[in-house]
Design a protein around this ligand. Sequence first.
Ligand code: ARG
Ligand code: ZN
Length: 881
Amino acid sequence: MRDAQPQSIYLKDYCQPEYWISQTELTFDLQDDATVVTAVLTLEANSAGAQSGVLELHGQQLELLGLTLDGDVLGTGRYTVTDETLSITGLAQQHFLTIVTRIYPATNTALEGLYRSGGMYCTQCEAEGFRRITYYLDRPDVMSVFTTHIIADGSRYPVMLSNGNCTADEMLADGRRKVTWLDPHRKPAYLFALVAGDLLNKEDRFTTMSGRDVTLKIFVEPQNIDKTDYALDALKRSMRWDEEVYGREYDLDIFMIVAVDDFNMGAMENKGLNIFNSSCVLANPATATDAAYQRIEAIVAHEYFHNWSGNRVTCRDWFQLSLKEGFTVFRDASFSADMHSATVKRIEDAKMVRTVQFAEDGGPMAHPVQPDSFIEIANFYTVTIYEKGAEVVGMIHKILGAEGFRKGSDLYFDRHDGQAVTIHDFVAAMEDANGVDLTLFKLWYKQAGTPVVSAAVDYREDEQALYLTLRQQCPDTPGQIGKQPMWIPVQLGLIAADGQDLPVQVAPALNTAGMETWTSASQVLHFTEAEQTFVFSGLAQPPVLSLFRDFSAPVKVEFQQSPQELLFRLQHDSDGFNRWDAGQRLMLDWIDQARLDEFELPEDARQVMVQLLTDETLDPAMVSYLLTLPSEAYIAEFSDPVDPHAIHLGRKRVRLAMAMALNEQFAACYQRLVSHAEYQPEPQQMAARTLKNLALSYWSVASDAGIRQALAQFGSTDNMTDQMAALVALINSGDDELAQQSLDAFYQQWQNDSLVVNQWLSVQSGSADLGTLSRIQQLLEHEAFDWRNPNKIRSVIGAFANQALCHFHAVDGSGYELLADAIIRLNATNPQIASRLLTPLTKWRRLIPELSEQMKAQLERVAAQPDLSRDVYEVVSKSLA
Ligand code: ARG
Ligand code: ZN
């Protein structure tokens, strides 16, 4: 909170600090009402920095108790303190600076810095939380060796953890305990962590590829000790995978994970001491769905992979955030693809990019993967930095091939180990290791917005050739007008009438930007100009074109294919991703038609779907994705302007039409996939459950037999995947009494398990049938709700505003008002969460006018509040600009 308007920070203004901090020694005295932090910093002048003798440290919400320089108390003339800084003047080359501050973890509701969650202490320092612990050069290019002492009542806090290795554990004269941790690896302050509490741990071991023995521990509150096995197993698989695929080994004797209930994000890669939102690490069959298991596996891997992509090689400044996040998401996605189905993983990722990232890229918060300015860095932990960043790394992988990419990553890690570097350094390593020039490609990091690629084909029988003309255009985004053409890898295939892929032969003369001439079944064109024509020869018949296989670039594609061609590709495309994509396009067309009128499933489509449902040789997970309708949010991204009520109606009609036309097949598919084997969170079982429960969802829409089956499954299952799927089917049954009875029974059963209660909250709040304003208001008053806990807020308000679109967009504007009220309230307690909740309102310009105006009015109401946090200020002001 501040008086002056928050200012932007620019990448172009980056300069090195005047001092480095070679050693950081911290002592935390955890007292009942407050914590006293003593920091001893070894300062060394930076010969490359300015030489003014002034040190300006960052600090927020700190009480300064003492300040000594080389052992002498600093006179008041030597330093100045503001709300955000501590400046000291008259410094020489080298000093020891001792700073004593007092902080109040128990009243820290922002969940940044040191705070209390339940009965424990924990930290979140990325991006700029460390400055709420002590005055410091809180920037990622300042790397230091950290020693941490924790002093506390040993009976109340038997577990006291920090980064690195535990080097001392002693009883003090006053009966309290003092534990010391030393992290030998230099690191920026954002990777610092501390935990103290009464926790249990599950332990395991891992032997690294060079034969070193590593202790693995997951710490949890006692009631959760039966929920650690899966994360531990995922951790070991991640460690092995990073050795095998990237040649990267773990580098400390111990690796710890701690689960905490109150956490703003998913998890944090603090060196040797990862801290996780409990929802992203704890699971057992009775309480976690298959989707939750897969999320846990991915996040455990993600945080572990950061040990190299993020910690050993870190970011020079926060404009480089995607250097570690885009690369690490790419790494965890490859890991998940290896653990399960690569095609299904690709589909899930593309869905996410199309639904959420394209929306961001087309809205007021659009920014490049490497932003050039920001007001509040916490607002830039976005799908653009993470998911688009990962897509960009994936395109480099596609361009260089697996081997070339590995050469590049080896060079990057070797060259920059122990350094804080830039995205440019990453690309340079890829270039140097492969002798390629990626200058043009780097526009992907600099230009915001989603390129639109349009394709036109012309088959010339006399030449037996297909002419494919591609055009690209990237829309203007805030602050970026007039974009240049980008290097877009277009993976494509040509399909013959019998469904087989034809050899792809590119006529070389016209393949201007191609890196080589090739013949193959599925190839990558290098599309680099505003308009380019590619000629494929040797085609006796006009083929069906399959463009952007494997979602080879994060672009929007405009290419007209007839319903027959789409259906043909849904059946025959050898690229699983494009099979799915063809089906989704077909369904989008149906939903469009169904907005206006009743809908009946076309007979040819019905036949293809029957085949999919009865072919037992297909991967059931894949079949399930092929038959799942696009979500309302996904449909909205393909609509202009967005009319949420029409989308809801259209989708509902198509769902009913599919359910009725395939009722028998869904019932039979369900019966075939019912299993009596003990639940295991392993890929084959998960795939079967996915299809079984999709079948149940359609079956129960169309018939009472389906509803009876959902009821039976709800009461008899041993696992949350099946129980939750049954509950959703009962909620969607249209029988309000049955829905409420089921919800009540579920709550009775699970009220003592907070993570399950969160699922109970979100399944109602996000429901098109139940997520009405009055229910949301009730849930906000419910004993299970807690305004301090981000998971609860996401489960109720987040689910409502992002999923229950027909209620959030109620024509009287009440949904918007409820969201704005929540944002205003949270602005004062947890600005990061308040700011995240704004996202649905930022899309106001895309809605139909009667809704758009009301959304804007609520944004204006938020903007007019006094004391806006930097986080909320940035998003509302940019949204209204
Ligand atoms: N680096 C974390 C990750 O693994 C994200 C932490 C960001 N936290 C925050 N409060 N902004 O992606
Ligand atoms: Zn990350």
